[in-house]
Design a protein around this ligand. Structure first.
Ligand SMILES: Cc1cc2nc3c(=O)[nH]c(=O)nc-3n(C[C@H](O)[C@H](O)[C@H](O)COP(=O)(O)OP(=O)(O)OC[C@H]3O[C@@H](n4cnc5c(N)ncnc54)[C@H](O)[C@@H]3O)c2cc1C
Length: 414
């Protein structure tokens, strides 16, 4: 029986393990540096807010009946030697393999200046693992706990929304002038921000950086910002972006901020070694190369990699590029490529829509408003429809809902 080593047991690793174990032809060995079974990272804010327990986040074991292969938990691959088809674990164990999948995801990227300022302070964490969320939850045990979130990207925003519900006093700090700086253009994000600040005790301090941290040596007590603001704090969350986990790889593909290079079949430059999920970048519909950073991409790539490991020859479809942040009853959403120069703004029902165009074709959109007004838009981007068609559709009083060919598909996407 061929042995397949899967490094990492997140969405990509666990999905590939299920697919391969289901074939019954492979011995699947998974190595996870976490002590928990595979779990839903997107529920970490709810765990931190006390709305869920750790076990609620666990992914069910796959359709293949019992656990998909052996899992070495709480142990990490520290050396990966493709020429020798061997991986060395932190525990000292060596695992030989015939084929391998690297699915080690990403960790929070903390810029050097912040690393120097925060060092190893006990009440400063990121929000990537169950342990991070559990630590924050403990801090929330104090009534009116003061939480500072550094980074107003999607994770910072979703976390602050959950902590609001838990009654925390939250400040979100970002160097960028608006929230969600890598997701929405500033003018679009500015329409969403009042909803974030609307209820609870939450303020966004944009366009500022952390200049100094006052500590009692073990914990951060207050953050001094570049504009002189002083923020006393009980807990600090660093949500400053992510970087792929490649530091255990050696030589030319080791420690790569841009992820592991793969071909269309997700095979690395080492035959028989594949990679999938947040640890790679891949091509989009419009020909860019980006990190997927979505569950849907990690799962799809894992399935393609598993089929290729099993002997098929399958190319992976382009990345789905899009994201949603729900704030109260309002959605901020983006799909496709929104960096083109031409754009046009629309009102859809009570919502705001900005589409980006490449010539007459739509490459992407940004949206702020009611979920029901979003219906139908994602397929518009996936099919790269003509902007004239959208204008026509939006002139109809019931909006996008009347545009027939995309309506049925829309249900699957939104
Ligand atoms: C707070 C938060 C909210 C999110 N919300 C959403 C959302 O709403 N929708 C969405 O689609 N996506 C969301 N995401 C992103 C989504 O979780 C990721 O895209 C997805 O987890 C990627 O799956 P993966 O398997 O590639 O990596 P991961 O899930 O990160 O799993 C990789 C695993 O490999 C382990 N590992 C790393 N190095 C080693 C090593 N050397 N040896 C052994 N194990 C190792 C890691 O510890 C981890 O357990 C969110 C992420 C976070 C953190």
């Amino acid at each position: 029986m061929e042995r397949v080593l899967i490094v990492g047991n997140g969405y990509a690793g666990s999905r590939a393990a299920e697919a391969l174990a289901g074939l019954g032809r492979f011995e699947v060995v998974r190595v996870s540096d976490e002590e928990h079974p595979a779990y839903c990272r997107h529920l970490l804010p709810e765990l931190a807010a006390g709305e869920r327990n750790p076990e609620d986040l666990y992914l069910p074991e796959g359709e293949s009946g019992g656990p998909a292969g052996k899992v070495r938990s709480a142990d990490a691959v520290v050396r990966f030697l493709p020429d020798a088809r061997t991986a060395v674990l932190a525990s000292g164990e060596e695992i030989r393999y015939d084929k391998a999948l690297i699915a080690t995801g990403a960790r929070v990227f903390v810029p050097g200046k912040l690393r120097d300022l925060f060092g190893q302070l006990g009440n400063v964490r990121s929000m990537r693992r169950i342990g991070d969320a559990v630590s924050l939850r403990r801090a929330l045990g104090k009534k009116g706990a003061r939480i500072v979130i550094v980074g107003a990207g999607r994770i910072g925003v979703l976390l602050s929304e959950a902590l609001k519900r838990a009654g925390a006093r939250i400040t979100v700090v970002d160097i960028a002038p608006e929230i969600l700086p890598t997701m929405l253009q500033n003018e679009v994000a500015a329409k969403l921000r009042p909803h974030l600040e609307a209820e609870g005790d939450l303020s966004v301090l944009a366009g500022r950086t952390v200049a100094r941290v006052a500590t009692d040596r073990e914990n951060a007590e207050a953050l001094h910002l570049s504009d002189g603001t002083v923020l006393p704090c009980d807990f600090v969350v660093l949500a400053t972006g992510v970087v792929p986990n490649t530091e255990f790889l050696e030589g030319e593909w080791g420690d790569r901020a841009d992820g592991i290079p793969v071909d269309a079949r997700l095979e690395t430059r080492h035959p028989g070694v594949y990679a999938a999920g947040d640890v790679i970048r891949f091509g989009t519909l419009t020909g860019r190369t980006e990190p997927g950073q979505l569950i849907v991409n990690a799962r799809q790539q894992a399935e393609v990699a598993a089929r290729n490991i099993a002997g098929e020859s399958v190319s992976c479809p382009p990345l789905f590029v899009g994201n949603v942040a729900k704030i109260g009853s309002v959605l901020g959403a983006v799909a496709g490529d929104v960096e083109g120069s031409g754009h046009e703004d629309f009102r859809v029902g009570e919502s705001f829509l900005r589409v980006t165009m490449d010539g007459p074709g739509i490459t992407g959109f940004q949206f702020v408003g009611r979920p029901e007004d979003l219906r139908g838009l994602v397929p518009v981007v996936l099919k790269r429809v003509d902007a004239a068609w959208l204008r026509q559709g939006l002139r109809v009083s019931t909006g996008l809902g009347l545009v027939p060919p995309f309506l049925a598909e829309a249900r699957g996407w939104v």
